[in-house]
Design a protein around this ligand. Sequence first.
Ligand code: NAI
Ligand code: CS2
Length: 461
Amino acid sequence: MRLSPACLGGLPTGITRPGYDRAAQAVGIVHFGIGAFHRAHMAWYTDRAMAAGDRDWMITGVSLRSAGVAEQLNPQGGLYTLAERSARGTALAVIGAVREVLVASREGAAVVAALAVPATRIASFTITEKGYCRRADGSLDLALADQGFYPLLAEGLARRQAAGLGGLTLLSCDNLADNGQQLERLMGAYLAARMPALAPWFAGNCTCPATMIDRIVPATTPADLAEVAGALGLSDAAAVVTEPFSQWVIEDRFAGPRPRWEAVGAELVAQVAPYESAKLRMLNGAHSALAYLGLRHGHTFVHQAVADPAIRPLIERLMRVEAAPTVAAAPGHDLAAYADALLARFANPALNHRLIQIAMDGSQKVPQRWLETLAEQQRRGQDCPAILAALAGWLRHLRGDNAEPWGPVDDPLAQPLADAWRHHGAGGIVAALFGPAGLVSATWTPTAADHATLAQLLEAA
Ligand code: NAI
Ligand code: CS2
């Protein structure tokens, strides 16, 4: 039998279940990209906010690419299990905040209608870094944007304007630097090009707060589903697995009402940047380094790579010596203790976080994870040997060094990056990717010394 609202009463004791009347709650949030992370993070916060007494914050999920998650969640009435795993064991909770999932490709009109309902106050996003459709210089790629969330959101906002409704808060929960500001700029650019009459209304009525989002959520595996089914006595096609840790820092700049997420652990602050740059440059920077160096050393999971004495010192250096000094920490945020806590999280033996998942989409991740640190340290005249070693690991990955056994490179720029390797080889690949006309990013221009170090590292491989 499959998990569904009718089964909630019969779940084994010890499994947390929704602490509110789901059927009585209206939808207040439309979420684009309802992948594993959203289910383990924002939906979990929202579920607990409603359990704490908040009302009408159910979530309508939107799938932009495939019907998979709709097929997992809709037959279960939106219910799914969240499994929190650590060395101490697993805690299970059934989360009730999702009402349904719409598939944009066949239910676009329903997505627009959901955005235009008066009770909807927030449109949120976990569409991966590439979902924002940015070019290497950060500008909007209009042709790509026409295929993504932009037209649906624009149409929904136009309906709200026409109906005299308030604007929406657009909440990006993706790992981009300045995610709120970027979304605001990109949506503004989309409207300027495609619906110029709506642009001033958007600017005057909608807000895009920045967020720092943190919880390690590996892609769910068949073994995870089997374990959850064993504990539930029911199958659950939409279960997600995560660590006990979670953090959410949100810029308190909403266009209208919002859930009381602060009652369930979120931090509402005036400035997210200090938390966000620490997280992106230290956690994510270390994660990507573990991915490319770990795959090279034959590892599969993060906990294996971080335990490898050939890799660990580089990761420590990357976080503590190279990234941390570039971060203007928030008051009371001890970055040395933060690095210690990150290493302990990476070592979680119960979380089989695949390096190949983190290695995906490097062209979209590397700029905010490594290149901003490199650029800042370059201004200070400091070298970053750990990041350069990781960067060489990524370049080798792009060359296809990990194709056996991991398959082809999974990156929206895979083809142009492979072409760049073919045309430029080890001697020219660095110049082709970085700097003002680079394929990947303009934020960091390598010096002659960086070129020499990278050439040496690539040769040694
Ligand atoms: P996932 O693979 O489970 O879900 C990704 C979602 O994004 C899916 O709904 C997919 O359809 C959508 N998507 C993919 N490419 C897209 C595109 N080009 N345009 C529009 N939508 C697209 O991945 P998961 O784990 O949910 O992560 C998603 C994002 O959440 C990450 O890229 C990151 O920015 C953020 N995040 C993830 C964390 C994690 O540990 N999994 C933690 C913190 C943030
Ligand atoms: C990871 C992140 O997949 C990746 O690239 O580095 O998703 C990481 O798990 C999260 O940002 C942790 O909050």
